[in-house]
Design a protein around this ligand. Structure first.
Ligand SMILES: Nc1ncnc2c1ncn2[C@@H]1O[C@H](COP(=O)(O)OP(=O)(O)OP(=O)(O)O)[C@@H](O)[C@H]1O
Ligand SMILES: [Mg+2]
Length: 344
């Protein structure tokens, strides 16, 4: 049995706003095992970054953990005092932030910035040792170590992204949170970074959380996937099952919205409509309004967990997916909104 590195249980993360609390993460549970790469996928605004920030402890001032636990190797981070929490940060858990390529300080060289991180967390480290770590990390992410003494503006976007990854890896953390690691990059650079991440996974023993709206990124890099919708888990399971045989209509729709390299002539289609507001979200299934399978029950009640082998899914109609939904899920008509049936 491998060890559980991260155990998120019934987590609720809210933001205080003038309109009331935004329930950005609502009753989310999942685990990350040692050495495993878990994907968190879902549309913009579904709470992915909020989840990552809560885990590493960098929520903005109006954000707070309302309930639940975030256990790192069994210890609840939400109950840890600030000083110990800070020590944990970057040493045990590090983050490659969203738009990381803009996260470097323009007035210091890359080497100075990585060295600073190492010095803060490992004050005993001498210059030779930190230089060695910088060189090693540069090689790992596919950058020429000789260029570590350059400034961020001398690097391309893709190189800055790699430099940020090198920085996140410098302290050899047990868990790496990568928030949209390739989104800001062009397609060729995206591919190179993904290949690097895959290569790193073989070399490092770290566990990873890959956060993205891009299904193909998750399909390429992850062992297991959590599909999030409007702050909640819609479905979770091994990557092959999530994309090969999902049981949640949202996962099926999301999959349709991204190109499948094996089928070149398919119609790509995004799901019509938008996720609900998270200030006063619906009490039933949050996907009901956009779901071709939705009935009155879906709007009334939150679906209980259903299991299909290693997959867990939250859909009232999960039993009908195989026979009734899968055969028609690829048709555009299935996803057309029927205004007469209560659409807006
Ligand atoms: N500081 C904040 N104050 C209030 N609401 C916030 C704040 N940050 C995020 N939110 C809201 O919380 C919800 C989740 O946002 P979050 O950034 O976690 O989503 P995301 O899945 O990372 O989206 P994206 O794919 O666009 O990065 C959204 O409704 C967003 O508007
Ligand atoms: Mg985000």
């Amino acid at each position: 049995m491998s060890e559980t590195v991260l155990d998120v249980e019934n987590l609720e993360v809210y933001y205080e706003t003038e309109d009331g609390p935004v329930q950005a993460v609502d009753d989310v549970s999942f685990e990350v095992e040692e050495g495993e790469t878990l994907g968190i996928v879902g549309e913009s605004g579904c709470g992915k970054t909020t989840l990552a920030k809560a885990i590493i402890g960098i929520l903005p001032h109006n954000g707070y953990v309302n309930d639940g636990a975030i256990r790192f190797r069994g210890e609840d981070l939400t109950e840890m005092d600030e000083r110990r929490r800070r020590r944990h940060k970057w040493e045990e858990i590090s983050m490659i932030p969203q738009s990381a390529m803009n996260g470097l300080d323009p007035v210091y060289t890359i080497r100075e910035q990585i060295t600073e991180t190492i010095q803060v967390h490992r004050p005993g480290t001498d210059r030779l040792e930190s230089d060695r770590i910088v060189d090693e990390m540069f090689e790992l992410v596919g950058l020429d170590p000789d260029r570590a003494d350059e400034y961020p503006h001398q690097f391309s976007g893709g190189m800055r992204q790699r430099a940020m990854i090198a920085m996140a890896l410098a302290l050899d953390p047990a868990l790496i949170l990568a928030d949209e690691p390739t989104t800001a990059l062009d397609v060729i650079m995206q591919d190179q970074i993904l290949q690097r991440i895959e290569g790193m996974q073989d070399e490092l023993e770290s566990s990873m959380l890959v956060i993205t709206h891009d299904v193909s990124v998750v399909a390429e890099t992850c062992d297991r996937v959590v599909v999030m919708y409007a702050g909640q888990v819609a479905e979770e399971g091994p990557v092959d099952e999530i994309f090969g045989n999902p049981y949640h209509p949202y996962t099926i729709g999301l999959k349709r919205a991204f190109p499948d390299i094996r089928k070149s002539d398919q119609d790509l289609m995004s799901i019509a409509g938008h996720p609900p507001t998270l200030v006063d979200p619906p009490s039933g299934c949050r996907f009901a309004e956009r779901c071709p399978m939705a009935t009155a029950e879906c709007e009334r009640e939150y679906p209980a967990e259903r299991r299909f082998g290693e997959l867990r899914t939250y859909c009232h109609h999960a039993d009908r997916i195989d026979e009734e939904f899968r055969p028609v899920a690829d048709r555009a008509r299935t996803w057309e909104r029927t205004e007469a049936a209560g659409g807006d």
